[in-house]
Design a binder for this molecule. Structure first.
Ligand SMILES: Nc1nc2c(ncn2[C@@H]2O[C@H](COP(=O)(O)OP(=O)(O)OP(=O)(O)O)[C@@H](O)[C@H]2O)c(=O)[nH]1
Ligand SMILES: [Mg+2]
Length: 464
């Protein structure tokens, strides 16, 4: 058997970020993990005789230097009742970066080795604790960017995708069984009914799953929203308002923002990639000119642009050029800002008379928040095409690997249906059905090669 499938040596990794925090979790697993760890734990005799699923209080000890390193709580698991199916120890220590390094060093000195990314989940898979769809769901939960992608991943963790794939697989298996009976006993095909409809239904189910990947891409990639406008119009003030924090510098000095700043926020379940840009003007400063060039290219690529205008001042030459060029562009929202101040009538009139769709013009004040709700509603309306109604029970494919296998299975089913139409021999149909079952088995991990597993788990983070 290959090395990958016989892993029971003792591994350790930090499962929480390597940052100062109240607490951290250091995770370990392996056949002799408990006895090795007990050497650096104050309460070692209790630990060695402890039963699984127990919690122990004590100190991590540096025996070489004869000192205590940290006061900790330890969770002890015994095989097979643990995430990895092996004996395992989880240490909850104080989240000090110095302390974490010391504790991990002591683990290594006691005979553990650092785990590879995803190795705990790989062991859980190899111990048949989880299938591949659940393993991937764990990674998706960790990296989810929005509430929606998070909830969809949790749904998969509960096994929904596995059940779905398994149901399709069973349909194909029923078809294969009927064909095999026909082949084995050479019965007359009038005497046995071959369930061709199962293949048609499976094709439809696979199509639904394949389409769901496009939905996922929409939810995951988000909408690019760019704030543009002349210097001092209030772009950074609006940027901070969207993010609900003072991220971008706001000042009355024209040309404060020189380079673009990117951040994300969520509105109505949709992820927005928000850009604050350098104010447009004929700048003499080289750095500022580069920033303005970047602003222009971001505007071109954006799904939606909010062009901010200071309604208290005269329009700039750049404002007039931009309005003229984009007055009928439905992806540009013109926002007249600073309505808490005296409104410059000629500025307001010019914008009103130029912008073709009056609902694309909104008056706001980032100072007293007038008009902000209207702006939010307008943004939601404009990107409604991005909104996909996904129930939390829906199964959405979010892994490229799964998607490629689903496409392969779909192509095989289309091919099989063609052969059924052409009435090719039943042994060829059986061969194709068998291939489809294998392909679906690769999604759940029932059929998997070492290369596939190595490739998949290396994308996990350390400690997972
Ligand atoms: N009265 C009032 N002042 C505002 C409003 N919005 C922004 N300001 C002020 O206008 C000035 C410029 O605001 P910023 O948000 O820095 O403008 P900007 O468009 O990012 O400017 P640059 O980065 O220089 O291009 C600051 O002094 C803000 O406090 C508003 O709605 N009302
Ligand atoms: Mg700015």
């Amino acid at each position: 058997m290959s090395k990958l499938f016989e892993r029971d040596d003792d591994i350790v990794a930090l499962a929480t970020p390597f940052l100062s925090s109240a607490l951290c979790v250091i995770r370990s697993s392996g056949a002799s993990s408990i006895s090795k760890f007990s050497k650096i734990f104050s309460n070692h005799s209790a630990l060695n005789s402890a039963s699984g699923n127990t919690i122990h209080y004590g100190y991590i000890l540096d025996n070489e230097n004869n000192c205590k390193v940290d006061e900790v709580v330890v969770c002890l698991y015994r095989a097979p009742k643990s995430f990895t199916g092996q004996d395992a120890i989880e240490v909850m220590a104080h989240g000090s970066v110095v302390g974490i390094k010391k504790i991990i060093d002591l683990f290594l000195k006691s005979g553990f080795r650092m785990a590879e990314p995803g190795e705990f989940t790989l062991r859980a898979f190899l111990a048949k604790k989880i299938d591949l769809t659940k393993a991937e769901a764990i990674n998706e939960i960790v990296f989810a960017k929005t509430n929606k992608t998070y909830s969809l991943a949790v749904n998969k963790l509960s096994g929904a995708l596995f059940v779905k794939i398994d149901t399709i697989k069973k349909s194909i298996l029923n078809f294969l069984s009927a064909v095999s009976v026909y082949l084995d006993y050479e019965v007359d095909d009038h005497e046995i009914s071959i369930p061709f409809d199962l293949i048609l239904n499976s094709k439809a189910e696979l199509k639904k799953l394949i389409n769901s990947y496009k939905i996922y891409e929409k939810i995951d990639h988000g909408v690019t929203l760019v704030l543009a406008g002349s210097v001092n119009a209030g772009k950074s003030s609006l940027f901070n308002l969207f993010l609900k924090k003072d991220r971008s510098i706001v000042s009355s000095y024209p040309g404060t923002t020189r380079d673009y700043i990117e951040a994300s926020f969520e509105l109505d379940g949709i992820l927005f990639n928000l850009f604050d840009t350098a104010g447009l003007r004929d700048a003499d400063n080289f750095v500022e000119r580069l920033g303005i060039e970047k602003s222009n290219s971001l505007i071109k690529e954006a799904s939606l642009v909010i062009y901010v205008i200071d309604v208290n001042s005269n329009l700039t030459r750049d404002d007039i050029l931009f309005i003229d060029k984009n007055k009928s562009n439905s992806k540009i929202l013109f926002v007249l800002n600073k309505i808490d101040l005296k409104i410059n009538k000629s500025t307001e009139e010019f914008v009103r008379s130029s912008v073709l769709n009056s609902s694309n013009l909104i008056m706001i004040s980032t100072k007293n928040l007038e008009g902000i709700d209207i702006l939010y509603d307008k943004i939601k309306a404009l990107i409604s095409y991005e909104r996909v109604e996904v129930g939390l029970d829906d199964i959405i494919i979010s892994s490229r690997r799964q998607m490629q296998l689903l496409e392969k299975a779909y192509a095989l089913i289309v091919d099989l249906l063609g052969k059924i139409d052409r009435q090719v021999s039943y042994d060829m149909l059986a061969f194709d059905a068998y291939e489809i079952i294998n392909c679906l088995g690769e999604i759940t991990g029932e059929v998997s090669s070492e290369d596939v597993l190595n490739n998949m788990f290396k994308n996990f983070c350390l400690g997972k």
